[in-house]
Design a protein around this ligand. Structure first.
Ligand code: GRF
Length: 204
């Protein structure tokens, strides 16, 4: 963990598995001052669990260091956990952001790095890998997205923020997820800015 003071940007490592539009929103907003004049946050590295993610490309295009830690390259899950931890720790983050990272994070990692995740449903409803599909199948009229502190459960950690999105007639999983992601990107930026501005409340 770094020793960033409030005058320095919060050091953020982002982990991705996919296209990285939430990462893009975080990259676009980084460095902006918060209303008290403090510096906000900086994405200091982006990691992925598979090669060729759009997320890594977006980071590399901005000269931000990237790394890939593939599960298939390690004989056990524990060794992959350790490799992920080492790669992330090398960038001394204050905060790790999971932005569409589709792997569970090991307990030692979570003891070492405060980590947040976003889920495309209103937790505690519809946790797991298919939150949008499950909400749609249930017939809810309002769903949304949730940012939470990652703990050792699946989408069970303390909720930081949520945004509601109405389900439209004729929505498919794809159309609904796209509208949720519009809200999710705004929520991600506001949450990380908020955590950067008020780090005394959570950063020990
Ligand atoms: C987000 O909706 C996230 O909540 C889910 O996967 C999506 C990632 O989107 N786990 P992107 O890669 O940031 O575009």
């Amino acid at each position: 963990m770094s020793t960033a003071t409030p005058a320095e940007p919060l050091r953020v490592v982002v982990l991705v598995s996919g296209t990285g539009t939430n990462l893009q929103a975080l990259l676009d907003a980084q460095g902006a001052s918060d209303p008290t004049g403090r510096k906000g946050y900086a994405v200091v590295a982006v990691g992925a669990d598979r090669p060729g993610t759009g997320g890594e490309e977006r980071a590399a295009g901005r000269g931000i260091p990237t790394f890939t830690v593939r599960l298939a390259d390690y004989p056990t899950r524990e060794e992959w956990d350790r490799a992920l931890l080492e790669n992330v720790s090398a960038h001394t983050p204050d905060l790790v952001v999971l932005a569409g990272f589709m792997k569970l994070i090991g307990p030692e990692f979570l003891r070492t790095h405060p980590t947040i995740n976003s889920h495309p449903a209103l937790l505690p409803s519809f946790p797991g890998a298919h939150g949008v599909r499950d909400a749609l199948a249930h017939g809810v009229k309002v769903t949304g997205c949730t940012i939470f502190w990652v703990d050792d459960g699946v989408d069970t950690g303390a909720i930081i923020d949520q945004r509601a999105v109405r389900v439209a007639a004729g929505d498919t999983e794809e159309t609904l997820h796209e509208r949720i992601k519009v809200e999710e990107r705004v929520m991600f930026v506001e949450t990380v800015r908020g955590l950067a501005a008020d780090r005394a409340a959570w950063l020990t």
